[in-house]
Design a protein around this ligand. Sequence first.
Ligand code: GLV
Ligand code: MN
Ligand code: MN
Length: 436
Amino acid sequence: MVETGGARAVARCDALGAAPYSELEQGLYRGYLTPAYHATVDLVGAWMVDAGMDVDLDAAANLHGRYEGEAAGAPALVIGSHLDSVRDGGCYDGPLGVMLGIECVAALNEQGRRLPFAIEVYGFGDEEGSRFPAAMLTSRAVAGTLDVDLGAIADAEGVSMEVALGSFKTDYDVVTAKTPTNTFSTRTYRAARRAPEDIVAYLEAHIEQGPALEAEGLALGTVTGIAAQLRYAATVRGMAGHAGTSSMPLRRDALAGAAEMVLAIEEIARADGSDLVATVGRLEAMPGAANVIPGEVRFTIDVRSGEAARRDRAAREILSRLEQIASKRGLVLDLARVHDLPASPCDPVLMDLLDAAMVEAGQPVRRLVSGAGHDAMVMASLCPTAMLFIRCKDGVSHNPAEHVEPADADAALRVMRGFIEKLGQKHLGDSFADRT
Ligand code: GLV
Ligand code: MN
Ligand code: MN
């Protein structure tokens, strides 16, 4: 059987789902700038080279490939998604969009075709925020909206992002010097930040991470926009003490307080009754022993809604309830806002092009909003954006059970290629040339 581009894209994501492309013995965790990320960049970079691209890394360690257009140096259609994963995640959240971008270029390269614009493919390094306490750091570097002090944010081991980035680059130079010729040189790093005039548009294909398409028997959907997100890092301080000798009324138990806070957050989000969602996804109790009352707890809060005002209202209510709980229990609460992205509408002209490509590929047109965050919401400050959603089994994501059918990936590839052709017909002299 001849392998299709979609099937190859899925198989490549599968191949990246285990060591050395994962930090885990069992399952997938690929944090930004980890050895697993390094191995992934090497392999995906070599696939980009095979597809006919010039490949490099940028200063934020994003993997970047470029396929020139008819004229060298032309503005580019950027196709991208992320190569990092959540802890114990699935294989397709992120990498599938990168692999499908590579397949689009591979198909053009096989035909020896050049377009009125270049095509660039990005494998972004940090979208999930699974290593450092902030997210979408690397697309923000590309869009020029990175406002984080890299020396001030650190991973769970206390390694700052500045140090991690520095050692990744040093290590990278040493290792690539020994790699075979089908890979790429990274001795110089391209500047991460891109100018709006160099980019025509941004296209991201991604699994839906929800159940809507599957429920309707559809393989694909056109995304209309991405929900606004807000994240906080919370620290609750009480007093550690002996679990056997401290009487209940005298305790200042940080974990019991944090537990009440987690339930309050859930209650506020449930009561809203809209698309608003709030999640505590990570919680650590210190010192973490069976016979010690927890003295300190750290947890994350993630709040989202398609409507920024609703999200902000809920966040204010959450913060005020948390303060009340802390003061009632004699605890000290510190809250740091670590991530704040506005809702991001997709470009109407590009949505129409995607819909038209969908019709041409024999796919019913379906538009839907994204509750999950994507690099597209950051790239939107740089250029018009479009997103194509691909059905995933049972709507499951951020879970090892994540699954996508190769036939659906293939349908997505046909639509992406149709979209590129249509963009080529529209390009230059039309509305895109006038946009900033
Ligand atoms: C990314 O997966 C996000 O929506 O947090
Ligand atoms: Mn994700
Ligand atoms: Mn993702």
